[in-house]
Design a protein around this ligand. Structure first.
Ligand code: ZN
Length: 121
């Protein structure tokens, strides 16, 4: 699948919740395959999601880190535990970590990006 086709399908499949009858159709499968296996499509898609969340991906080591911080931002706006949050950024200490989902703000500090391997500040 090329990026032009992916962008067209993205309009169709980015409206959530996606109806269950769409799951597993050949077109949706091809779309998901492009997201997971076509670097150009995945990069474009992640940049859309990151931008929509108000994050400047250039401030982070990689797109994956910026993308996964979307859930961290949502977590910090809510009182509820966000189990989708897999990475947190503690601005004051310029520290990244794996959140502990116990209702508090504790996390396990990490020194390297889990996605690109770059040393974190
Ligand atoms: Zn990274």
């Amino acid at each position: 699948m090329n990026l032009t086709t992916y962008k067209k399908l993205h309009k169709k499949y980015s409206i959530l919740p996606l109806p269950r009858e769409v799951w597993g159709t050949p077109e949706h499968d091809a779309f998901m395959d492009a997201f997971h296996n076509n670097e150009e499509c995945k990069t474009w898609d992640l940049k859309q999601r990151i931008k929509k969340a108000g994050i400047n991906y250039k401030n982070y080591c990689c797109l994956d880190m910026a993308y996964h911080l979307i859930e961290d931002i949502k977590s910090k706006r809510s009182e509820n535990v966000n189990y989708d949050c897999v990475i947190t950024y503690y601005k004051k200490g310029n520290t990244f970590g794996i959140p502990i989902h116990d209702g508090g703000s504790s996390f396990i500090m990490i020194k390297y990006c889990p996605w690109c391997g770059k040393k974190l500040a």
